[in-house]
Design a protein around this ligand. Structure first.
Ligand code: HEC
Ligand code: HEC
Length: 438
C-alpha cells in the first residue's frame, strides 16, 4: 500500500516527533496507531474498530450508505448518522466531519473511541475509558507499548492511544511526486504527459492557477492519451471531454467548489442534499416550511440535534454546519474566528445573520480524488453511483435557478449540462482514482 511507503520518512521527520510534549505523553507513534485502528475490543461488544467503517480497500470509507454501530437495548440507534468518508488526505480540510464539528484530530479520535460508534451511550465515557485501559494493560500485544508509557492512568492512556491513531491518520496520504504534486491518478499522469500545470506556482492565487489550467485544457491540441484497459486507469477523449465540462463555468461549474489540484475549496456549501432527502419524504418544496430557530433565540436552550429526515417526523433534518454553530449560540459564546473566517469567505459584508444563513444545510466540500472508491456519495450516502451524483447536480442546479432550493449556494445556480455530458463527467471523476496497490 502507498501509505506504508510514506510511513518511514514520516516516522523520521514528522514535526510531531520533535514537538515539545508534556512528560505524561509519549511522542505519537503511527505504527502503534495502525494497530489501535484495527482493534475491535475497544468497542462495547468487541464488534467494531475504526477499520470497520474505514477500510483500506475503500480508500478508508466502507461502501455503505450509513455504517452499522453496536446495538444497545437502551436506544434504537443501529447506524451512524452520516456516510463514512474516505480518510486519504483527510487533513487537507480545515475541519473534520461533514459538518466541520472537529478541528482537533486527536479529540475526534478520543470522542470516537468513547462514543456511539463504538457502542457507548452518552453517559458512558468513563466505562469506555476503562475499557481502553483494560485492553491495553492486559493484552500481550500491547505490552511493549505500555512499557514506553511515562504515565499509566486511565486518562493518559486514552489520550495516548488517540494521539497514536491520529498520527497514523496523518500517514494516510495520496501519492505525490518529489515536488509535492499529486501524481497517482490517471488525471495526474495525463497532466504530466501533456506538460499541463499541476499546481499553482509559489505565490500564485488558486483562481489564477485554475484559469491557467482551464485555458491550457480548452486549447489543448493533439493530446497524448493515457491508455490502459483496466477501469479508472486510462485518460482519453471521454475523460478529457468530462474534464472540460467540469471546468466550464457556463456548464457544470463543478470547479467553482471542487478546485484543483485538491478538488476542494476547503469551504462549506449547501448544494441541496438535505433538501432532496427531506422533500422526497414530505413532498416537493416541503423544506421551504421547515422551521429553524434563530441563533439569538437559542441562548440557554438545547438546540435541535442533527437527525436523518423521517417520514413520521417533520422536525427531523440534518442541517450540517448549522448544528455545530448552534451549540455556540446556545452557550452564549461568540462564533469562533475559525468559523467566522470560513463562512465569511463568500460574503463581503458578513454579520451574524449571513453566517447563520451560510451554515444552514451546509456541508464541507469533499475532495474528489479517489472518489470512485468511496461510493455511495454525499453526507447521507443518497447517490449510489457517480452518474447519480451528476444527475443530482443537474436537477439541483435547475431547481436552484428557479429559486427552489432553500438557501442554495450561489454557485449552484449556474450548474447546468446536457444529459449527453453525464457519462463523460463520471468517466473524468473515475480518472481521479489512484491505484490502491503498486
Ligand atoms: C461505526 C462506524 C465508524 C467507526 C467505528 C469509526 N468511524 Fe470515523 N467516521 C464515520 C462516519 C459516519 C463519519 C462521518 C461523521 C460525520 O460527518 O458526522 C466519520 C468521520 C471520520 C473522520 C473525519 C473525516 C473527514 O474527512 O471529515 C475521521 C478522521 C475518522 N472518522 C476517523 C475514525 C477513527 C480514527 C476511528 C476509530 C477511533 C473511527 N473513525 C471510527 C464512521 C465511523
Ligand atoms: C456550490 C459548491 C459545489 C458545486 C458547484 C459542486 N459541488 Fe460537489 N460537493 C459540494 C459539497 C458541499 C458537497 C457535500 C454535499 C453534501 O454531502 O451535503 C459535494 C459533494 C460532491 C460529491 C460527493 C463526494 C463524497 O465524498 O461523497 C461529488 C462526487 C461531487 N460533489 C461532485 C461534483 C460535481 C461533478 C460537480 C459539478 C456538476 C459538483 N460537485 C459541483 C460542493 C459543490
Amino acid at each position: 500500500m502507498n501509505f506504508l511507503f510514506v510511513l518511514i520518512p514520516l516516522l523520521i521527520c514528522s514535526p510531531l516527533a520533535s514537538a515539545g510534549q508534556s512528560s505524561a505523553f509519549q511522542n505519537p507513534d503511527p505504527h502503534w496507531g495502525a494497530q489501535f485502528f484495527r482493534e475491535k475490543r475497544f468497542s462495547f461488544d468487541h464488534s467494531t474498530g475504526c477499520i470497520s467503517c474505514h477500510a483500506p480497500e475503500f480508500a478508508f470509507a466502507d461502501g455503505r450508505r450509513k455504517s452499522p454501530v453496536p446495538r444497545r437495548t437502551e436506544d434504537s440507534v443501529s447506524t451512524t448518522l452520516r456516510n463514512s468518508p474516505g480518510l486519504l488526505d483527510a487533513q487537507i480540510l480545515p475541519a473534520q466531519h461533514w459538518d466541520g464539528e472537529f478541528v482537533d484530530p486527536t479529540e475526534l479520535v478520543m470522542r470516537g473511541l468513547t462514543g456511539r460508534n463504538f457502542g457507548w451511550l452518552p453517559h458512558e465515557a468513563d466505562v469506555a475509558q476503562e475499557r481502553v485501559f483494560q485492553v491495553v494493560t492486559r493484552s500481550k500485544s500491547y505490552a511493549a507499548w505500555i512499557q514506553k508509557q511515562p504515565k499509566r492512568d486511565r486518562a493518559a492512556l486514552l489520550k495516548n492511544v488517540s494521539s497514536d491513531i491520529s498520527s497514523y491518520l496523518k500517514t494516510l496520504r495520496m501519492k505525490r511526486d518529489p515536488k509535492g504534486d499529486f501524481s497517482g491518478s490517471a488525471y495526474d499522469r495525463f497532466l504530466h504527459l501533456n506538460h499541463l500545470p499541476k499546481s499553482p506556482h509559489a505565490n500564485e492565487s488558486r483562481l489564477s492557477y485554475i484559469n491557467r489550467l482551464s485555458s491550457a485544457i480548452f486549447t489543448l491540441e493533439s493530446p497524448q492519451w493515457i491508455l490502459d484497459s483496466s477501469p479508472s486507469a486510462g485518460f482519453s477523449s471521454r475523460e478529457l471531454a468530462g474534464l472540460r465540462t467540469f471546468l466550464d463555468r457556463a456548464s457544470a461549474n463543478c470547479v467553482a467548489c471542487h478546485e484543483p489540484p485538491e478538488f476542494t475549496d476547503h469551504l462549506f456549501h449547501n448544494v441541496g442534499v438535505s433538501q432532496t432527502e427531506y422533500d422526497s419524504l414530505h413532498g416537493i418544496d416541503a423544506m421551504r416550511d421547515f422551521t429553524t430557530p434563530s441563533f439569538a433565540s437559542l441562548l440557554g436552550t438545547t438546540p435541535p440535534p442533527a437527525l436523518t429526515a423521517e417520514h413520521d417526523h417533520r422536525d427531523y433534518a440534518d442541517l450540517g454546519a448549522w448544528h455545530v454553530l448552534s451549540q455556540f449560540a446556545a452557550k452564549g459564546r461568540e462564533i469562533p474566528t475559525f468559523w467566522r473566517d470560513l463562512l465569511c469567505k463568500l460574503h463581503s459584508n458578513c454579520g451574524q445573520s449571513e453566517m447563520e444563513a451560510t451554515a444552514w444545510a451546509s456541508f464541507k466540500t469533499p475532495t474528489l480524488r479517489n472518489i470512485s472508491r468511496t461510493a455511495p456519495y454525499f453526507h447521507n450516502g443518497q447517490a449510489a453511483t457517480l452518474e447519480d451524483v451528476v444527475r443530482f447536480y443537474r436537477r439541483s442546479g435547475a431547481l436552484a435557478a428557479m429559486g427552489r432550493i432553500r438557501n442554495a449556494d450561489p454557485e449552484l445556480v449556474p450548474v447546468r449540462m446536457e444529459t449527453g455530458r453525464i457519462d463523460d463527467l463520471a468517466a473524468f471523476l473515475r480518472g481521479l482514482e489512484e491505484p490502491a496497490e503498486e
